[in-house]
Design a protein around this ligand. Sequence first.
Ligand SMILES: [Zn+2]
Length: 456
Amino acid sequence: MIKTDHTALDRRSLLVGLGALGLSTTLPRRAFAQEGPSPIVIKGAAIFDGTSEDLITGSDVRIENGMISAVGPDLSTEDAEIIDATGLTLTPGLTDAHTHIMWHDEIEELIYGSPHEYTGVMAAEGAHRMLMRGFTTVRDAGGPSFGLKKAIDAGVIAGPRILPSGFFISQTSGHGDFEPRMNYLSPYFTGQLDPAYLRGWTITGDGKAEVMKAAREALRYGASQIKIMGSGSITGAHDPLDVTEYTLEELQAIVGEAQKWGTYAKIHAYSDASVQNAITAGVRSVEHGLFASEESMQMMKDNDVFFSTQYLTYSVPADQTGLTGDALPKFIQAQEGATAGYERAKAFGLKVAWGTDILGTIDKGPSQSLEFVARTPYYTPREILMQATSGNAELFERSGLRHPYRDGPLGVVAPGAYADLLLVNGNPLDDISVLTTPDTSLALIMKGGIIHKTLL
Ligand SMILES: [Zn+2]
């Protein structure tokens, strides 16, 4: 303790000194890095390495400085803390390719009602709970998550790694145009500031110049990838589900901006025309996509586009969704198309992302884990676990130079990979439902070599 206090004091006085000299006080973090925790060796676990057909036995995993340094039999335990994981399954940390980690209220409340700090506090708690369900990385599909990411990455609060999208890019009347009033003129005509923009949720842009500016704005904030609203939606205030949003030219303009930054765009798209426009424009990840025709599925296959849909969302009985008004019939419409969409995606052998799109109050969070069983009519437990680990990690790699975590691979148990690991009571390759009860089934949760939970 005394040593830590001295270190803090030394650092403060040094910062004051630099300030007095007029020098930047933003110093590289490594300059003050404390000695990391001692290495850890996990012994005795059966390992799912992210891709293996079966569990691997007889190998230890050594963790140093937040990364996996070695995997193999009889690794050195010198200077290391030893974890005996006999009888447990070691897997990569789970990932979710479609979260809205800031979205813990009705969207109208988040934009026009609740105080900022309420949004932030709920999101911080939600992020911690998500980590406690075993999710160590998420691709956020829209919302002002940059500050939350910063606090998590700094180690101040516990939560998953975040690949943020930031603002939704939406046309006027599109899925991101959340303005609930009909008797209302858009900021474009009135010159008033748009609360959806001010609070980091949406940039409404129409035409090539506006959407390019919107994409550049999201990238300026630190978006890992760009999120486009490309079609009608279930919860949208104004757009029927069948509507195709944005022209091919507008989509190409957005994708072009993403590509100049070395990353890609993903798109919310239900209508078949919106899926086809998106793929033609170079979008790399189609969200939802349930009404994509066989022709569009073939385009996804030919262009190596990820099908990033959700399975749990559409399996909930309509009267249990909590949806009301226009949203309920739109949900039923989407649900009716869902099964055929899943079957087409399976038949075409598409790369399927693992994502949940869970929205709403914080008590909805545990549903995230139920996605594992919602996929069992279509995929084997191993396929589902691959989707949620190495498969999503491959999708995240499409962020290229905008990928925030580039020190090693995510989603695998391999030397050089991030030490984001779970120890599971039971074998998820036999019974994926063990992951739906994380409170009891996850014996250990490690992110970046730091143990966030242990029952051992
Ligand atoms: Zn979404």
